[in-house]
Every structure is written in C-alpha cells, then in structure tokens.
Design a binder for this molecule. Sequence first.
Ligand SMILES: *Cc1c(COP(=O)(O)O)cnc(C)c1O
Length: 384
Amino acid sequence: MGQAVIDRFKEKVWLSSPTIHGEEQKFVQRAFDTNWVAPLGENVDELEKEMAAYIGVKYGAALASGTSALHLALKLAGVGNGDVVICSDLTFAATVNPVSYENGIQVFVDCEYDTWNMDPKALEAALKKYRGKVRAVVAANLYGVPAKLDELVCLCQAYGVPLVEDAAESLSSTYKGRQTGSFGTYNCVSFNGNKIITTSGGGMLLSDDKGAIEKARFWATQARDPAPWYQHSEIGYNYRMSNVAAGIGRGQLMHLDEHRKRKREIYERYREGLKDIPVTMNPYLECSEPNFWLSCMTIERKLAESGKVTPEKIRRALDEKHVESRPIWKPMHLQPVYRDRDFVSVDGRDAGADIFARGLCLPSDIKMTEETQDKVMEIIRGCF
Ligand SMILES: *Cc1c(COP(=O)(O)O)cnc(C)c1O
C-alpha cells in the first residue's frame, strides 16, 4: 500500500497515561485540610467502600499496589513453601511473582484464542496433574477482556481450590452483566498510573470474606498485635495506601465509566479503520463487555511468520513518529526467571507464544484525538 507521509508527532502519543479531571484535587485537599496526609484516613475508608460497592463485593482493603494485593491474596489462600499455584501464562509478571514471595511454585497454564486468557481445558489438565498440591489459581483478565470466568470458577470449585482473580487490567469490565473483580474468592485491582483509573500508584484487595479483608489490613500495617507496645506474632508488610493517594482514587472513580466508554470508542475505531489490512483486534466473548483498557491487534499468521510484517517492524515505525506501542506480554513460561517451571497446554499448542509473536498493543490513551488515531492507523497501514 506504500508509506503514507505522516509527520512525527511533537507530543508523544501514549499507550495509556493518567487522565485527571479536577475532582481528585478536592479529595486530596480534604486530606491536607484535616492533616490526614498520612497514614490512612477518610479517603482510604471511603475509597474502600466506594470500590467494593462499584464492583459488587462486600469488602475492600486499599493497598500500595495491585502487586501487594496479589501477594496478600496468596497469603490468605495459605500459599507456602512448595505449594503449587496455577497461574495465567500470558500476563504481566506481577500476576505470578508474588507466588515466589511465599516460596510457592508457579505452574503456567496456556491461554485460549477467544479471550487470550487462561484456557479452562488447560486449567483442568493442570488441576488433574497436580491434584492435592494446588493451593490457589491466579487468573488474569488480559487487557481488560474478561476470561471464561464461569468455567474457571466452576473448575476451581470442583477441585476445592480458591480462585484469585487478577482484575488489575479489567476494572469496570463485565462478564454476563457482573463486574470482574468479583468472581474470585479473593480479587485484585490496580490503580497504577497506566491503568484505566489511577491513584498515582495503588491497588485493592476485594472479597466477601470480612475476616480475610481484616487479616489483609493487619498484614498490610506491619502485623501489629493489639498491645500497647510494638509486638508482633507474624511477619507484616508496609502495604497500605496513603490517604492522599486514596483521594485521587475517589475523584478518578467518578470518571471510570466515562473512561471505559472512551476506551471502547478507540477500540472500535481501530477495528473499523484497520479492517482492510490482514490484522485482527483482540477478541472477547459476546456475553462480556470489556473495558478495552488496551486495544491490541494480531497480524495474520502466514504474513507474520514470513517476516514481511512483524509486530516489531510496526512498533519501530510507530516509535519513529513518536507513538508508543508495546509488544504483547511475553508469556511467563518463556521468561528466563521461570525457565524451570511447568507449562500446561492442550493439544501440544502454545497459544500464548503465538499471540506474543504476532501481537501488538496500540495507543489507547483516552486523550488521543480522532485525528491522531487516524494518523496512527495510517502509519500502521503503511507497514503492509
Ligand atoms: C498492572 C498489573 C498488575 C500489578 O499492579 P500494580 O499496581 O502495578 O502493582 C498485576 N497484574 C496485571 C495483569 C497488571 O497489568
């Protein structure tokens, strides 16, 4: 099709950067006015209630990050030395690293092609293979697309293993009308700077189990026994969210649905605008409504394999024009640090490696104008 002439953008076009509205400042100001800049305080309490209500779970513990939420979820599941934790394979390392914090052993499960998330068939194979040794299953909703959650929940119940739902990327996505982050025994969301809403940095652990959330708050504040002096019967962490950060979160939460709508528009414009080249947008189930945190595409297999058009070529072409794009998460079983871990898939396939080899995350920043997105698509088309 030939290279269209697009000028280099003066301002970088981001994958996904924070979008701040103003209400955030009001809640932060309240923290300053009352001198509750730290620790904890009203904003933390309210954010916990507001998030839990939004997602439809009973309790939430506001934490320093999504990663700390995942860590405490695994502790609540009782993961210890040598326990097997079955994990999504195609995901960000933060989904699976906390297993190692507790000296557990990850077993990675391949994804399916309908949502790019944990394949229920492969999960079942892993549950059978490691029967009696599995302490938890950690499943992510990649790029905001809900996994086949009914099947995953059903299998976890059948094998009596708690599900930890990593909804870090999928806040506000729904599956059969129900919010993600509510399907696990323990659920984690992230408010990192690049996520759909942010607290500058933070996360939350959510559960219907009151005792579990209280225990998580206890661990997250250095595990202080109820004594006048500092006494500890357990190892604790400094994992709590600050009252200032929570103030940002309360303001952001007011705009979550608006962010999701914009993300969806961006995804649909890509789907429409790229339909004349051999690429496919990241798929989702009819019964789900993703938050479209990141729009992603895969290049048609033969073309990618021929090396004529690769994700890396497109990434470099975009980068030259000052546009950020990113390879699909490199599967965990291909990570050097996890080379000794087991990988379970069905029919000898490796869907994660295939999607990684052909896929690219596209700029999905909700401040991106239609004109900018059109130019981004023009650059992509020029690579074919
Ligand atoms: C961002 C992310 C996390 C970690 O969240 P942080 O708040 O950055 O610690 C975990 N899992 C997935 C899938 C993520 O994308």
